[in-house]
Design a protein around this ligand. Structure first.
Ligand code: ACO
Ligand code: ZN
Length: 177
């Protein structure tokens, strides 16, 4: 059972002060609903254990959005990765946006923006230097969303997706968020 106190601490934010939706941390029991949203909205599907390991490794940055009746209508999940720094031989932490999706009937209400800003703040706990992501070159709405947060296209990853579409590799320095 979720106590009042627990649910309060798990709630990050309502969206644009809209009481219809709110954002909270994902819990294991939400994963089937998250997978449902993913399978409807994105061609990239992952097995259950993949979601579970992402949740276990970075529970602060795996968020869901719920509507008033409690239905999960969106999610965002990130991974923290160690990568060589461009400027030195040191390894630095990067926040890698693994996946975000909002159910079709709930788009253009600011839900993705709220998921991104809350999770980008939460992942800073892992002392990341940079946010990174890949997005299909044809995915206009997602590219616009990332540009709104000042992400830049750093390179193109050729044949990145299973159907061989190219990806934009987009990055944002933590200092610029
Ligand atoms: N056309 C143009 N710009 C758009 C569109 C669109 N259809 N949708 C979102 N945007 C941009 C706009 O700049 C918008 O700001 P504005 O409304 O002030 O103009 C901004 O994104 C934020 O919009 P939100 O309402 O917060 O976005 P939404 O909740 O609708 O979700 C998302 C956007 C996640 C891209 C949604 O369309 C979706 O789920 N698409 C299918 C799944 C997907 O493509 N996910 C991203 C894959 S890449 C990855 O996961 C790393
Ligand atoms: Zn990726």
């Amino acid at each position: 059972m979720t106590t009042n106190k627990e649910s309060k601490t798990n709630i990050f934010n309502t969206i644009k002060n809209d009481p219809e939706f709110f954002i909270r941390k994902c819990r294991s029991e939400d994963l089937d609903d998250v997978i449902d949203v993913n399978e409807k909205e994105l061609p990239e599907d992952y097995p259950y254990f993949f979601y579970k390991s992402i949740l276990d490794d970075c529970p602060e940055c795996f968020l869901v959005a719920q509507n008033k009746s409690g239905k999960i209508i969106a999610y965002i999940m990130w991974r923290v990765e160690k990568a060589p720094s461009v400027n030195s031989l040191k390894y630095i932490n990067k926040g890698h946006l693994v996946s975000i999706a909002v159910s079709e009937g709930f788009r253009r209400k600011g839900i993705a923006k709220a998921l991104l800003s809350n999770s980008m703040t939460a992942i800073q706990k892992y002392k990341i230097h940079e946010y990174v992501l890949e997005v299909r070159v044809s995915n206009y709405s997602a590219i616009r969303l990332y540009e709104k947060f000042n992400y830049n296209i750093e390179s193109i990853k050729k044949n990145y997706y299973r159907d061989s579409e190219n990806a934009y590799f987009m990055t944002l320095d933590v200092k610029d968020f």
